[in-house]
Design a protein around this ligand. Structure first.
Ligand SMILES: Nc1ncnc2c1ncn2[C@@H]1O[C@H](COP(=O)(O)OP(=O)(O)OP(=O)(O)O)[C@@H](O)[C@H]1O
Ligand SMILES: [Mg+2]
Length: 231
């Protein structure tokens, strides 16, 4: 059974129709990617799941219809969005950032998120803004995990990060995968999803234009070139 399903979802920013007849599903413990160029609708898909814009159609999570619930309720049901802009609290330390707003009890705690991203333990008393971009990304993911979500949505986790930092991030997300976390990764390139995701949705102009396993995607050079510009 799917943990999350989007069935014939159409999403709107006011009068602007951003997602068209969108279908997606993810099983528990799976990592999938949403891929596509700038402005195709990756963030909009994640925001549609979180109820952050007008959505028609069905978003079903854990057997329950989420469509048109307020974002805060959707989050409390166990979905964590790590947005593109990370939104670290600048006036709080790393540790305070992690302890703020823990809304669901469960197996995750400070010690366990420090195991995912050891640099956060080293810098636990430093202010959030004094972290590098990569460390802020790790903090944003760790903060989301502290709420014990069943599903996390990572929006462009590698954006603007150097390759060595991306490797650190990948290690942490790989550990989360081993722990059985269910994850949707939105990316313009395949930096993290190439290794960690096993199924992929390619998006173009607000529509799914390809859906398949890693083997199917990497055996389709024409699709990779057309929709992602990669050889
Ligand atoms: N707040 C908004 N109001 C109106 N239109 C929006 C809004 N946010 C996004 N859009 C439009 O929705 C479409 C999809 O945008 P979205 O941000 O989902 O793209 P994306 O795939 O995440 O791109 P990127 O890779 O640049 O993050 C774009 O045409 C964009 O202009
Ligand atoms: Mg985006």
């Amino acid at each position: 059974m799917s943990l999350l399903q989007m069935e014939n979802v159409n999403s709107y920013y006011g009068a602007a129709h951003a997602l068209h007849d969108f279908n997606l599903s993810i099983k528990e413990g799976e990592i999938i990617s949403l891929l596509g160029r700038n402005g195709v609708g990756k963030s909009t898909t994640l925001k549609s799941i979180m109820g952050m814009l007008t959505v028609k159609g069905d978003v079903i999570f854990d057997g329950e219809k989420l469509t048109n619930l307020p974002t805060s309720k959707i989050a409390r049901k166990g979905i964590g969005l790590v947005p593109e802009e990370r939104r670290i609290f600048s006036n709080l330390t790393v540790k305070e950032n992690l302890l703020v707003g823990v809304s669901r009890k469960g197996v995750w705690n400070l010690e366990r998120v420090y195991e995912l991203f050891p640099v956060l333990k080293e810098k636990q008393n430093r202010m959030g803004t004094l972290l590098s971009g990569g460390e802020q990304q790790m903090l944003a993911i760790a903060r989301s995990i502290m709420s014990n979500p069943k599903l996390i949505l990572l929006d462009e986790p590698c954006e603007g990060l150097a390759p060595v930092i991306v490797n650190e991030l990948k290690k942490g997300i790989a550990k989360l995968k081993e722990e059985g976390m269910t994850i949707i990764i939105a990316e313009q390139s395949l930096r993290i999803s190439k290794v960690l995701a096993t199924r992929h949705y390619l998006i173009s102009k607000g529509e799914v234009c390809f859906e398949g396993s890693s083997d199917q995607l990497f055996d389709s050079p024409d699709i990779l070139i057309k929709y992602l510009g990669v050889q």
